[in-house]
Design a protein around this ligand. Structure first.
Ligand code: SF4
Length: 277
């Protein structure tokens, strides 16, 4: 069995969780604006420690509100200030960088194209920093601006970003500037998933089903035509598939705790039938 590296939380997720826990010790009551990470097991653990997700900043009351690693539009921070809500900004520094590139492009009069998922909170945050100049990339989009700046959601694959830039460069502009803001941590996991998919008969992808970066790993395995088991924890592993396969690979999303990966690897090495599929 091969376990892809890197594994466990990425730097940005680990930092956000640490900041939320430190905030709890310091302020007593801490809330996160939306789910801190897209992993139900991590959310359960945080809830046990009294750190809950809220949708409205006013729910934080006199506690503290954690801005998650995905970041948020500037309007959210303004609202917090307006209501006197204390904030703990756990936006990943790599996401901060995309936001600041977007702000600079806006100030310099560029039309901004974000290559990413329209409904992902990180993309909503980047669009917020782009103001009226920002749009989400679609293959059929038509641009009118003379100057265009392109940025990527950090969890986008570098390949998709390059494809988008290549399509956009077919239009005539005075200037097209592309900023590859994809996260190298995410790229490393995607490359590891692609390598594993070449060698393994079955690839186990471990992570939250609503996690963008974990879903992307699953897509890579599917695209390689390999058997895929996408699980959030070991109890979901398919016993039959495991017992039939010898070349098994394991890869995990950046919001998947290391202990879950260990649990999955232990079970995959010694599958026990019990009530499994
Ligand atoms: S995946 Fe990269 S950008 Fe996203 S939180 Fe982790 S380190 Fe930051």
């Amino acid at each position: 069995m091969t376990v892809a590296r890197p594994t466990g939380f990425c730097f940005g997720v680990e930092r956000a969780i640490r900041m939320a826990k430190q905030g709890k010790k310091k302020y007593g009551r801490v809330y996160t604006l939306g789910e801190l990470v897209h992993n139900p097991l991590v959310l359960e653990e945080l809830e046990r420690e009294g750190i809950r997700a809220v949708r409205d900043v006013r729910r934080a009351g006199d506690g503290a509100l954690v801005i998650r690693a995905h970041g948020c539009p500037p309007g959210v921070l303004n609202r917090c200030q307006e209501f006197g809500i204390r904030t703990i900004d756990a936006t990943c520094p790599y996401v901060h960088k995309v936001q600041s590139v977007a702000r600079r492009l806006k100030e310099q009069g560029y039309e901004i194209v974000v290559v990413g998922e329209r409904n992902h909170p990180e993309v909503k945050g980047i669009l917020g920093h782009s103001g009226r100049a920002g749009r989400v990339y679609t293959p059929r989009m038509r641009l009118k601006g003379a100057k265009v700046g392109v940025v990527a959601q950090t969890t986008m694959s570098a390949e998709r970003f390059r494809e988008a830039v290549a399509k956009l460069s077919r239009f005539r502009y005075t200037e097209l500037r592309a900023f590859d803001t994809t996260c190298k941590e995410v790229t490393a996991r995607q490359e590891a998933a692609a390598r594993l998919a070449q060698k393994a008969e079955l690839v186990i992808v471990v992570g939250g089903r609503n996690s963008a970066n974990t879903s992307r790993l699953a897509e890579i395995v599917r695209a390689a035509g390999k058997e895929l088991a996408y699980v959030e924890r070991a109890s979901e592993l398919p016993y039959c598939a495991l017992s039939r396969r010898t070349r098994i690979g394991v890869v995990a999303g950046s919001s998947t705790p290391a202990w879950v990966v260990r649990e999955v690897v232990d079970f995959a090495r010694n599958p026990v039938k019990e009530d499994r599929k």
